[in-house]
Design a binder for this molecule. Structure first.
Ligand SMILES: CC(C)(COP(=O)(O)OP(=O)(O)OC[C@H]1O[C@@H](n2cnc3c(N)ncnc32)[C@H](O)[C@@H]1OP(=O)(O)O)[C@@H](O)C(=O)NCCC(=O)NCCS
Length: 221
């Protein structure tokens, strides 16, 4: 099935100069038995006040932060932040099955988010602020988030990382996230199809064998 998606992607790109195709790698990790929370971090739930201040932060236009702020605007209010005094170090959203309805209503990119199962959390829009990078902040943050997820009764987390984001793939491998599939986005910039991207979700078992493929369109309701 994965080969079929690749063939489709090739044909699709040849068909039209107006076609676009992007891919994300999906990862999963069990949080049933996370290690003790790292001593050096205390995660805080993100508040409305923090969001107001992040909206005017110098990095508010960076992709993942902007996308996280959009989650908030769309009603997804479970996010965690690591603050050092008044300075934010790292932030990430934690979505659960309670967010399924809101995810379905996301304008344009709902197809990225199939319904989340009970006991599963989806962590998205990890963002380490620039001054904090390169000293293990996102790694420590995530270990603390695994503990928070377990406290919430979740047994497993999932996430996805854009194929070209090599730094985050390395970060994921270091934390022992396991690859469990891909999401391929097809878009056609032609009348009628504009604004109706198609997302193909290919799942694989943890040995890497393909399991099955689902299609979600941003316009599915
Ligand atoms: C990716 C990101 C979260 C990493 O944050 P960080 O605090 O600097 O990461 P860490 O210091 O914990 O790094 C952990 C590992 O990730 C990898 N890594 C992190 N930054 C890297 C970089 N710029 N280049 C290559 N590998 C990198 C390394 O393997 C590193 O381990 P090492 O230091 O032992 O080599 C941060 O760069 C970021 O916020 N980027 C922009 C937003 C983004 O891409 N978010 C991910 C969305 S899916």
């Amino acid at each position: 099935m994965v080969g079929l998606v690749a063939d489709f992607a090739g044909t699709f790109s040849r068909l039209s100069k107006s076609a676009s195709c992007s891919e994300w790698v999906c990862y999963t990790i069990s949080v049933k038995a996370p290690q003790d929370p790292p001593q050096e971090v205390e995660l805080q739930p993100v508040t409305e006040q923090m969001i107001i201040s992040l909206q005017t932060h110098a990095e508010s236009n960076e992709n993942q932060l902007k996308s996280g702020l959009r989650f908030w605007q769309n009603g997804m209010h479970q996010a965690y932040i690591w603050m050092e005094g008044k300075e934010p170090l790292c932030i990430q959203w934690l979505l659960t099955s309670k967010d399924n309805e809101k995810l379905r209503g996301l304008p344009g990119w709902a197809g990225m988010y199939p319904p989340i199962d009970d006991e599963v959390g989806q962590v998205e829009n990890l963002y380490a602020f620039k001054a904090a990078r390169g000293r293990g902040v996102a790694t420590i943050f995530e270990k603390a988030l695994f503990c928070e997820a377990k406290k919430l009764g979740l047994s497993r987390l999932i996430t996805h990382v854009h194929q070209g984001n090599e730094a985050t793939h390395k970060w994921a491998r270091k934390l022992r996230w396991q690859r469990c599939g891909t999401i391929t986005l097809f878009g056609l910039d032609i009348r009628k199809l504009r604004g109706h991207p198609i997302y193909i979700h290919s799942k694989q078992n943890l040995r890497g064998d393909p399991v099955f493929t689902d299609r979600f369109s941003a316009s599915d309701k």
